[in-house]
Design a protein around this ligand. Structure first.
Ligand SMILES: Cc1cc2nc3c(=O)[nH]c(=O)nc-3n(C[C@H](O)[C@H](O)[C@H](O)COP(=O)(O)OP(=O)(O)OC[C@H]3O[C@@H](n4cnc5c(N)ncnc54)[C@H](O)[C@@H]3O)c2cc1C
Length: 410
């Protein structure tokens, strides 16, 4: 496979999220003529925090953005979680158990979005905002107003978990919503009780979870993403109940969060997010390819979605660069991404009921799996390897050090 683009392609990317913007940057670098279409007039990130893994950081390094994201974010060395009442440890994973010096980064979504958006603007990539793409007509994209825009050699659907284009054009194997979602907010992190290098969680059985993910400095203050797990069908009820009642409930699960919970004055201070499990039999159809959440949405238990999207972007550009024949490039791309994506889809799906369900069995089973994980060295190694985003199967791994030496995991 040659490493230089043999010819420039005209490419439309639908969606200016993490997948869309990073793909635009790579394809533009390769000399393609790229246009990004975004439904919102003013593109902005939705949600609070993200945990970036060594895989995602290695891709950001290739775009020259990792140092900026690390310096503005919070280095995360460990994920820890404890059950209330029993005080037993349920989650304890340290990146260092996989490789010394390895870490993740807690970042505010806005920080990552701004870095990618600014890169796209500075590179001169065309970003057309306020255009909701409704359909694809052969080699044209069609806006909500019925405008046909094109022709394009390639159309990339990066329109996220609720992609309507995927539902129209992809061969979808699974597309279902998880019964639990989360309430999210960005809060000021009190220095006293919370460590800046720890994603910390507390659980009431498997149906309540409170989490704090430090996300670095914003407006000169240390910040964190706060999240509270909630069943989707209970969201309306939560909105209509007094906020103070809910705050009491949170404090029952985790009393030390008082200085955080006191920052919420109205329901609108929190954002409700739902998750989907989306799997495609084939990630391309004709001259359209699906990437990021549009192709493989997962629950966020393993903190991988944005990282998978970044890896998609880099690998897609590699195969488009390497093959003059578009169909062959897309076929090779699909093959190259299959095992990595599949592993995290299945692992996230399996893990979800342990943390977000009504199951008594799963809430108790966590203790045994955690005991195993905490006390057996090879189990700690594997757990950290999974977290770092490098698994491609039970025995298979990839090494982000192949993309950027700084994130070598050998
Ligand atoms: C609560 C929660 C917590 C998470 N935590 C983590 C984490 O810790 N680590 C991690 O790696 N991942 C995490 N994720 C997952 C991560 O947020 C997603 O995987 C990632 O944002 C996917 O990026 P994307 O670019 O594919 O989609 P998105 O970021 O959703 O971007 C899609 C873009 O497309 C635009 N768009 C949609 N439809 C159209 C259209 N028809 N025409 C034009 N534009 C359109 C949208 O406006 C949007 O800008 C979390 C997700 C949730 C919900």
């Amino acid at each position: 496979m040659s490493s230089i683009a043999n010819h420039s392609r005209k490419i439309a990317i639908i969606g200016s999220g993490i997948a869309g913007l990073s793909t635009a940057a790579f394809l533009h670098q390769d000399g393609n003529d790229v246009t990004v279409f975004e439904g919102f007039e003013t593109p902005s990130p939705i949600g609070a925090g993200l945990l970036l893994q060594p895989t995602g950081l290695a891709v950001l390094a290739m775009l020259g953005l990792d140092e900026e994201i690390i310096s503005l974010g919070s280095r995360i060395d460990q994920l820890y979680g404890r059950a209330i009442h029993s005080s037993r440890t349920v989650l304890d994973v340290e990146y260092g158990d996989f490789k010394e010096g390895l870490f993740g980064v807690g970042t505010h979504r806005g920080t990552l979005f701004s870095a990618l958006y600014q890169l796209a603007l500075n590179s001169g990539i065309a970003i057309r905002t306020g255009i909701q793409i409704q359909s694809i007509d052969s080699d044209h994209v069609v806006s909500e107003q019925g405008d046909q825009i094109g022709p394009y050699d390639l159309i990339i659907d990066a329109s996220g978990s609720n992609s309507t284009l995927r539902d129209q054009y992809a061969d979808v194997a699974i597309n279902r919503q998880y019964p639990f979602g989360a309430l999210w907010s960005t809060v000021v992190l009190p220095d006293t009780q919370f460590k800046s290098n720890l994603l910390d969680q507390r659980y009431r059985n498997a149906y309540n979870m409170v989490g704090i993910l430090p996300v670095g400095t914003l407006d000169h203050q240390n910040r964190a993403a706060f999240f509270w797990s909630i069943e989707n069908c209970k969201y309306e009820n939560w909105r209509s109940q007094e906020l103070e009642l809910w705050k009491k409930d949170v404090l029952e699960v985790w009393p030390e969060t008082e200085d955080i919970v006191s920052q919420f004055n109205k329901h609108k201070d929190l954002t409700f997010a739902t998750y989907r499990d989306v799997r495609l039999r084939k990630v391309y159809a004709g001259h359209t390819v699906f990437i990021g959440d549009a192709a493989h949405c997962t629950s966020p238990q393993l903190g991988q979605g944005a990282n998978l999207a970044l890896v998609d972007a880099m690998i897609l550009s590699k195969y488009l660069r390497g093959f003059d024949n578009l169909e062959e490039g897309l076929k090779q791309y699909a093959q190259a991404r299959k095992s990595h994506v599949r592993f995290y889809q299945i692992a996230s799906q399996w893990l979800t009921p342990f943390f977000q369900s009504h199951s008594w069995f799963f809430s108790k089973a966590r203790f045994f799996t955690c005991d195993l994980m905490c006390h057996i060295k090879p189990a700690r190694f594997i757990a950290a390897q999974v977290l770092s985003g490098t698994k491609t199967g039970v025995f298979g791994t990839l090494n982000p050090g192949d993309w950027s030496k700084k994130y070598d995991c050998r």
